[in-house]
Write a protein that binds this ligand. Sequence first.
Ligand code: IPE
Ligand code: IPE
Ligand code: MG
Length: 225
Amino acid sequence: MIPGHVAIIMDGNGRWAKKKSLPRIFGHKQGVKTIKEIVKAANDIGVKVLSLYAFSTENWKRPQSEIKSLFSLIRQFIRKELRELNDLGVKLRILGDLSKFPENVKFEIKDACIITSQNTKFELNIALNYGARQEIIRAFEIMTKQGIKKLTEEVVSSFLYTCGQPDPDLLIRTSGELRVSNFLLWQIAYSEIYVTDKLWPDFTKDDLKIAIVAFQKRRRRFGGL
Ligand code: IPE
Ligand code: IPE
Ligand code: MG
């Protein structure tokens, strides 16, 4: 079975650059190239939803210069790839709090989401200024405001950024770190986790296939026998 939803913690850009004695931003640039390859590959393989962790609520702790470069790369990616993504039938969704972003950035991102909103072949989630705890608090704030009293898992899910999408079947983390770093905490309750030592800029479509094959060998029990 092909996992319907694959989530990826794209980690290791900085280490990739360091290994080559380059500034960290070169790692991020190469990481964007990997994003392009992996989006296409996931679509070809038959994955329906791909969630990519691009910037966490904790990443604001990084130096201003790195944050600026990261956002400019993400903007460039959306701007440059929009047409091709649209042609591929990709529907773009942003997971995270865009409210603190500059107006022009917000506009551009929202515009890209609107342009691709009718696409149904493949959903690409980019997590930007995303933190799972923030997402859960936000959901409860909205539910409180709306006076929702009957809480079920379905109701809570419907107020998360991923509303309407299935939970990730497979969570991949590159660069060997064994933690989830505040990514999709609610949604990964029963995801299969796959960690590779490959750094994100070195991750290829073949690595994605290897991760999926490993996933296919797992026996998911969901608490049963
Ligand atoms: C992942 O690479 C990209 C982001 C978190 C934005 P890192 O920048 O975390 O790279 P390492 O972990 O320092 O190698
Ligand atoms: C996780 O990577 C966040 C993203 C991939 C955007 P980090 O590099 O920020 O995570 P930690 O600090 O190693 O947990
Ligand atoms: Mg990292």
